[in-house]
Write a protein that binds this ligand. Sequence first.
Ligand code: PEP
Length: 258
Amino acid sequence: MARTPIMAGNWKMNLDHLEANHLVQKLALTLKDLGHDYSATEVVVVPPFTDIRTVQTVVDADDLPIGYGAQDVSTHDEGAYTGEVSTGMLTKLGCSYVVVGHSERREYHGESNELVGAKAKKVLDAGMTPIMCCGEALDIRKAGTHVEYVVGQINAMLAGLSAEEVAKSVIAYEPIWAIGTGEVATPEDAQEVCGAIRVRIAELYDQGVADAVRIQYGGSVKSSNVRDIMGQPDVDGALVGGASLKADEFSKIVTFLK
Ligand code: PEP
């Protein structure tokens, strides 16, 4: 089954609204110059909450085919949850994606697989697409138990999701040791785990769901390594951190086929 590749830029806690405005405009222009076909490879940016309105304004003004979303979301709808942002607030801003369970949320905010699964469900209920992150730390990789570990994360995260919900979700395999370190997994490392995730989804649901779900690799993706990573049969895109903050570099990543 042909899956449309999806390239998403996670800006993390970077860029004020002027910089965000500039980056999206420059990204759109650069992709236009490169003749990018958005129907062949989807492009998504994931700014901090404070820049979402800015991105919406730029995207709407020129009717740009760039998707955007948030880096996290609350499991609550409204009320006394200081500092949290609801799915309703995000849909009002035109968001179509929400990253859930990024390793930095897990590490600094103690997010469990169960909470990540609940957030994904909330995102789906609101009509948006979750980008569900998973991935092992270096000690697990060194112990050689990374595949079982990630499959365990998948089992727990997907426990409350139906076949239809999983089929339209995105999963991002991001080995923690490769995030922001410059240490990229080899294409074979990425394929090993992305392939195991797809096999597990076929076991949990059916082959149709496994064939439909898009699985990204994330961890020090750059224009110089994206092509080999995207050449793997079970890698359907990339979740890109640092390299998504530069329009030229992210455009080259998005247009990896050229
Ligand atoms: C990320 O934060 O999701 C990520 C993959 O970061 P980087 O590309 O900088 O390693």
